[in-house]
Design a protein around this ligand. Structure first.
Ligand code: TMP
Length: 206
């Protein structure tokens, strides 16, 4: 069976994911790989509706477990309808966020323990794991400043600094123990970030 590769871009708000995605997209196209791009939460009509729900400010407190389950509901939909079929066709998938976001934001930020996360991850992901995750690391003070400069903040972006500091700590802790996650220093100038990205891709897929 043909099998594509699964590349994920991760990072806090304001880390520069959009620009990084363009760099990775260009590299993949240069290599001639057929490419499918996704984003999470979102990427299918139903999952995009869930995205709107989780990002919008609600009249009531949103329970961390509700938020977690909505993220995984959107992910299940995207995996079944887009990501798994693409990989089975032999396409490469370039994802704007994936499971690591839930581990960082809901696990780290919302402090949901691994005992709660793990069975849900198992249910939704089964044995699917990204081939490479490029994590753009940024101090949330700088990242949030950039996000604020872009315009109005959504429900999650309105969280306190401590939430993002816990999310960053979780990203870094997981990255230090999983070899397929590469930490990119996103505080560096753009050309440097682009070089780090290309280098990681070349080392990983050479
Ligand atoms: P963004 O993709 O435009 O950054 O927006 C997605 C927001 O949702 C962002 O604040 C991160 C958050 N998020 C989670 O909290 N958990 C998740 O699993 C995912 C995919 C995103």
């Amino acid at each position: 069976m043909k099998q594509g590769r699964f590349v994920v871009i991760e990072g806090l708000e304001g880390a520069g994911k959009t620009t990084a995605i363009q760099t990775v997209q260009q590299w993949l196209q240069e290599q001639g790989h057929p490419l499918v791009q996704t984003r999470e939460p979102g990427g299918t009509p139903l999952a995009e509706q869930i995205r709107t729900l989780v990002k919008s400010v609600q009249q009531e407190r949103v329970s961390p477990v509700t938020e977690l389950l909505l993220m995984y509901a959107a992910r299940a939909q995207l995996l079944d309808n887009v990501i798994r079929p693409a990989l089975e066709r032999g396409d490469w998938v370039l994802a704007d966020r994936h499971d690591l976001s839930s581990r960082a934001y809901q696990g780290g930020g919302r402090q949901i323990p691994d005992e709660v996360l793990d069975p849900i991850r198992q249910l939704v992901l089964a044995d699917l794991r990204p081939d490479l995750t490029l994590y753009l690391d940024i101090d949330p003070v700088i990242g949030l400043e950039r996000a604020r400069a872009r315009g109005e903040l959504d429900r999650i972006e309105q969280e306190q600094l401590g939430f993002f500091q816990r999310a960053r700590a979780k990203y870094l802790a997981i990255a230090s123990s999983e070899p397929n996650i590469v930490v990119i220093d996103a505080a560096k100038p753009l050309a440097d970030v682009q070089q780090q990205l290309r280098q990681a891709l070349e080392q990983h897929f050479a």
